[in-house]
Write a protein that binds this ligand. Structure first.
Ligand SMILES: O=C(O)[C@H](O)[C@@H](O)[C@H](O)[C@H](O)COP(=O)(O)O
Length: 250
């Protein structure tokens, strides 16, 4: 298996702008090769900042926004207009402002939407969408301080689930009801980018790169078939052994 790579940026802002540039390059390269890239988006502050930076970048016009498949790694099961929705965050930061093809934007169902309050039906519906993708070009993931990715929390039922998409209840972080890709689905990705900043994430980053197991630390199970990248700021990298921290710094 490919070993995770670590990239350390001096500040969260640099991490967001460099990751936005990295994403533009992935999209442009795939489209130049005649493919329609598929990208899995994340919620959280870092994920939102990357999309805002992408919108702010002049290079965004190098992307053919109509030829991109967009999915989400997880979603809060709240009404469609709730500010807690990852979809709403992504739309406001980028997707409402670039000419994406609505048929290629695959949001998870909202509470009160097509499946009413049935979160299992919402998860099953998303599993049918996900089944159309053998792989994803990039799965972007934020990470919680305890090592959760998407809505797969440590020691929770989702971390053991082998279905592609699951309903999550009693989530330790509010809101309690969510829909999430599982780790096996995340592992279909060619590239997994774990993007995280701040001291509160440093211990989980060090444990993930130090060989922790995915039940205790789900981020450890988020690996790509070709590449797994930890995109960090200096604070999130602060508990790594010096040889890892120093791999690349910009
Ligand atoms: O679903 C959630 O409750 C959050 O969105 C969460 O999963 C978030 O993505 C991570 O905690 C990373 O957040 P930051 O990028 O803000 O560190």
């Amino acid at each position: 298996m490919n070993a995770p790579e670590v990239v350390v940026h001096r500040t969260p802002d640099l991490l967001a702008s460099a990751t936005a540039a990295r994403l533009v390059t992935k999209l442009v390269d795939a489209q130049a090769a005649g493919r329609i890239p598929s990208i899995v988006l994340t919620g959280g502050g870092t994920g939102g900042a990357v999309l805002s930076e992408l919108y702010a970048s002049p290079a965004r016009d190098a992307v053919d926004w109509k030829r991109i498949e967009l999915l989400w790694g997880d979603e809060r099961f709240v009404p469609a207009d709730d500010p807690e929705r990852n979809e709403k965050q992504a739309r406001e930061a980028l997707l409402d402002k670039v000419p994406v093809d609505p048929a290629r934007v695959h949001a998870m169902a909202a509470l009160g939407g097509a499946y009413g309050d049935d979160v299992d039906a919402a998860a099953d519906a998303y599993a049918r969408i996900v089944s159309r993708f053998d792989t994803f070009d990039v799965v972007m993931l934020g990470m919680g301080g305890e090592g959760h990715v998407a809505s797969v929390f440590p020691e929770s039922p989702a971390v053991y689930d082998t279905r592609s998409v699951v309903a999550v209840r009693n989530c330790p972080k509010p809101p309690p009801t969510r829909v999430s890709l599982t780790l096996p689905t995340i592992r279909r990705a060619a590239e997994v980018w774990i993007m995280t900043t701040g001291d509160a994430k440093a211990a989980a980053v060090a444990m993930a790169l130090g060989g922790a197991g995915e039940v205790a630390l789900p981020v450890a199970g988020a690996v790509g078939t070709k590449r797994t990248l930890f995109l960090l700021d200096t604070a999130a990298a602060s508990k790594l052994p010096p040889e890892l921290r120093a791999t690349r710094t910009s």
